[in-house]
Design a protein around this ligand. Structure first.
Ligand SMILES: NC(=O)c1ccc[n+]([C@@H]2O[C@H](COP(=O)([O-])OP(=O)(O)OC[C@H]3O[C@@H](n4cnc5c(N)ncnc54)[C@H](OP(=O)(O)O)[C@@H]3O)[C@@H](O)[C@H]2O)c1
Length: 231
């Protein structure tokens, strides 16, 4: 399988791309900065592309460039996300809203537009959403709103892309907290997770691999949060 991971330069997107490479996929990653390609099995292709997905022209081009580098494309994982910084309502600026919408919503629209042409028959898009899309977080309003908009895009695009292509979402709970997150805040989060731990990148990557190959699943949302939303 030939897969582009948008936002695959670091952290969760990178872990998903590495997992796909280890599973035998040809993998292209895109990032706003130059990064190394991920490791892939012998004989598989790997590429690292630079694109600011908030720019429609670059979002369209990166899908075509990935298809050229991998000699076709069967999957796109959209893992780009805007800034994740707690901000009170009173302190939200137009720039914060623009950053969230650009990286999370505008990028996905134009990546999907290019993917409609570039993906092979039966190909699919997997969007890395967030449980913040289901229950807006007061300290992360632009992020929650952008992730909520992604949910509407996934259900609308599922119909727009069918029957040739599919699109699904994975909604992780806390997996890789920001480096500056205080230890006691993390401990509080864990107390609210029925399965008793934060997620591992591999938990999310396994869900991505499932959805990339689930031929009869489109418009679906897979929550990977240890049961936190269920409480
Ligand atoms: N970490 C978690 O626990 C967690 C939980 C739930 C959901 N998620 C979601 O999973 C995704 C990845 O999470 P993360 O924590 O690894 O995110 P992160 O550390 O905030 O990194 C964001 C990623 O998105 C890329 N990106 C942001 N804006 C972009 C743009 N305009 N154009 C191109 N790339 C852009 C960044 O690329 P650069 O390297 O170029 O900056 C980076 O790779 C995000 O969508 C996030 O909301 C994460």
């Amino acid at each position: 399988m030939r897969v582009l991971v948008c936002g695959g330069g670091r952290r969760l997107g990178r872990a998903i791309a590495e997992d796909l490479g280890a599973a035998g996929c040809h993998v292209a990653v895109s990032s706003r900065h130059a990064v190394e390609p991920v490791g892939v099995r012998e004989g598989r292709a790997a590429a690292a592309l630079v694109a600011d997905l908030a720019d429609a022209t670059q979002a369209l081009a990166v899908v075509r460039d990935a298809a050229a580098a991998l000699d076709g494309l069967d999957g796109v994982v959209y893992a780009a996300g805007g800034a994740f910084t707690p901000t009170d309502l009173a302190d939200i600026t137009p720039e914060l809203v623009e950053d969230a919408l650009g990286s999370v919503v505008r990028g996905l629209v134009f990546v999907a537009q290019a993917a409609q042409e570039a993906l092979s028959d039966g190909g699919s898009i997997v969007v890395i959403g967030d449980v913040a899309a289901m229950r807006g977080w007061p300290s992360y309003l632009p992020h929650s709103a952008a992730k909520g908009a992604q949910r509407a895009l996934v259900s609308g695009l599922a119909r727009a892309l069918a029957p040739r292509l599919r699109i699904n979402a994975v909604h992780p709970g806390t997996v890789l907290p920001p480096d500056e997150a205080p230890e006691d805040a993390l401990e509080r989060i864990v107390t609210r997770i029925p399965l008793g731990r934060i997620g591992k990148p591999g938990d999310v990557a396994a869900a991505v691999r499932y959805l990339l190959t689930a031929d009869y699943v489109t418009g679906a949302e897979l929550v990977v949060d240890g049961g936190r939303l269920a409480t």
